[in-house]
Design a protein around this ligand. Structure first.
Ligand code: NAP
Length: 287
């Protein structure tokens, strides 16, 4: 397949390109190649490169920044998705749109499946949900993939931030009243490759299995890294007071993915172990 990837130099885009390059012809698209807020630009690039499908990883991902810059969030996440879907329609390509657990309000006490009603609490979630709606209404041949708490090689992520703070001596203060599923980008990229081959279009939740709080995630990171002398203090969301409200519980049940492929992604703890081993082998960790 010829597969274009928007946001190709972002955290997920990098993992998707790396995975797909093994078996497919990949067209990596960065902001420089095509600004998705420019309808003509993304249309021209897809016309020229003629992909069979587009994996849409480009987004404005600053959750707190979206509160003070709602127009930018909507321009990139909603209209950018619309522009890409229209360009796909014109080029005869299908599209995989990346979405987020933050489209849910976190009021539920069991994992959200694909049939639960979205109700975002923050601007970022609203703009990503608007992107979903654009893609669904404009392009029948689409996948919408909701994932959560991503980390992986390339760029900044929660795991590296925790390790850096631990190396500075701590103590760390980490929120313990938000629950989700950390997801390793190479595992998600592998699932995306399976979806693209399936042509089973529709909406999917795809995360590593299991759940934890950010505090539990931080403790597991230090445990796996063999750091035992730094304390991790649990704090409440209220104490941290960030601009964007976040769902207290945003675990995604991977119901349709499991029904379609007959298996679940591995537990987040196993994926975390792999990531730390690989970062160490790459020389990216000073521990
Ligand atoms: N990170 C998470 O925890 C998480 C969780 C659930 C879902 N997601 C979704 O997964 C996708 C990938 O997330 P990520 O964490 O990999 O994001 P990321 O690292 O912030 O990457 C986003 C990419 O989009 C590009 N971009 C931004 N504005 C653009 C524009 N106008 N035109 C073209 N490209 C543009 C960025 O380019 P520049 O760097 O040059 O600006 C960057 O390459 C997003 O859709 C996000 O909503 C992320």
């Amino acid at each position: 397949m010829r597969i274009a990837v928007t946001g190709a130099d972002g955290m997920l885009g990098l993992a998707v390109c790396r995975r797909l390059e093994m078996r497919h012809e990949v067209i990596p698209l960065t902001l420089e190649d095509a600004d998705i807020t420019d309808r003509g630009a993304i249309r021209a690039v897809l016309r020229k490169t003629e992909p069979d499908t587009v994996v849409h990883c480009a987004a404005f991902t600053d959750v707190d920044g979206s509160e003070s810059q709602p127009d930018i969030a909507h321009r990139v996440n909603a209209l950018g998705a619309r522009n890409t879907a229209l360009a796909c329609a014109a080029a005869g390509a299908s599209m995989l749109y990346m979405s987020t657990d933050y489209i849910f309000d976190g009021e539920k006490e069991s994992p959200y499946d694909e049939f639960d009603m979205p109700h975002p609490l923050n601007l970022y979630g609203r703009s990503k949900l608007a992107g979903e709606i654009c893609v669904r209404s404009l392009l029948p041949a689409h996948y919408i993939v909701r994932s959560s708490w991503l980390y992986g090689p390339g760029g900044r992520n929660f795991v590296l931030a925790i390790l850096r703070q631990a190396l500075e001596g701590g103590p760390l203060r980490v929120v313990d009243d938000q629950i989700g599923s950390p997801t390793y980008t190479p595992d998600l990229a592998e699932a995306i490759e399976m979806l693209l081959a399936s042509e089973a279009f529709g909406t999917y939740h795809v995360t590593n299995a299991g759940e934890c709080s950010w505090h539990g995630f931080a403790c597991a990171i230090l445990e796996h890294a063999g750091i035992h002398n730094v304390s991790v203090v649990p704090v409440s969301t209220e104490e941290i007071a960030r601009p964007a409200q976040r769902p207290a519980y945003s675990v995604l049940r991977n119901f349709i993915f499991q029904e379609t492929f007959g298996f679940a992604l591995r537990p987040w703890t196993a994926a975390l172990g792999t990531y730390l081993l690989e970062e160490r082998a790459r020389g990216g960790l000073q521990i």
